[in-house]
Design a binder for this molecule. Structure first.
Ligand SMILES: C[S@@+](CC[C@H](N)C(=O)[O-])C[C@H]1O[C@@H](n2cnc3c(N)ncnc32)[C@H](O)[C@@H]1O
Length: 235
């Protein structure tokens, strides 16, 4: 499948997801922890709770935040409710539409834009100091991950903080690793057949290799089966 096909497929996957779940997301009392599976509630509470704890610790409310791969606004809305000016971008117009309605529900102003992180310009600004990439990079093939990190580097000011989260492979059981291997074998045959995670998640070592030339690692840790990276743009 070509690079353009991959992105068209991802867009359709998330647009379909948005159409199917729009009402449930908009009606949820806690959209930041919402998912299609009730049993994910506690996991999401911990994962999103950790993301926002990092925001509270490392970000400065007087500076704007660039939220990359914002989805329906799971993090963008809480950021705006904390008082941040937020610019949030995503590939899926369907999810962005839900995010705009959610922002209206919570009476917050957020600039949402449709951006393909692999091919598009992220912003007119190249001096961002606070950037999030929460639960996005694992959905991409490895060659796109490298390109996204390169493009993030281009829009950030030296000293700026990049927060990344992704599912952790470090704590995976042997059976999960075996399942990943099988999945990879299947994926090479039938790429992206409607699966949310068609690519094997990057390991911590792979993430380190991708970011180390442009970013200094401030903090790395695993919580709630999620790998969290706090990175500072070298300058
Ligand atoms: C699992 S969702 C995470 C969304 C949100 N950050 C959250 O935690 O709920 C992954 C998001 O990445 C977006 N995405 C995937 N590939 C993308 C690309 N090439 N450009 C922009 N967004 C992309 C999807 O549209 C989707 O909204």
């Amino acid at each position: 499948m070509s690079s353009l096909d991959v992105q068209a497929h991802v867009r359709k996957h998330y647009d379909d997801f948005a159409a199917e779940n729009r009402a449930a997301i908009l009606e949820s009392d806690e959209p930041e922890y919402w998912s299609t599976a009730d049993e994910m509630y506690e996991h999401l509470r911990q994962r999103v709770g950790s993301q926002m704890a990092l925001v509270d610790h490392y970000f400065d409310r007087s500076l704007p935040v660039l939220d990359l791969g914002c989805g329906y606004g799971r993090q963008a809305i809480p950021l705006a409710r904390r008082g941040y000016r937020v610019e949030a971008v995503d590939l899926s117009p369907g999810l962005l539409d839900v995010a705009r309605d959610l922002a209206a529900k919570y009476q917050v102003t957020i600039t949402f834009r449709e951006v393909n992180l692999v091919t598009d310009r992220y912003s007119d600004r190249t001096d961002w100091r606070q950037v999030c990439l929460f639960d996005v990079i694992e959905h991409m093939p490895p060659e796109h991950r490298v390109e996204v990190i390169r493009r993030i580097t281009e829009v950030m000011a030296p000293g700026g903080v990049l927060l990344i989260s992704l599912p952790s492979r470090e704590l995976d059981s042997l059976s999960v690793r075996v399942a990943h291997r099988l999945l990879r074998m299947i994926v090479t045959k039938s790429r992206l057949e409607g699966k949310e995670h068609p690519y094997i998640f990057p390991t911590r070592a792979e993430m380190e290799r991708m970011v180390s030339s442009a970013f200094e690692a401030v903090e790395w840790f695993v919580r709630a089966r999620t790998l969290f990276l706090v990175l500072r743009r070298r300058g």
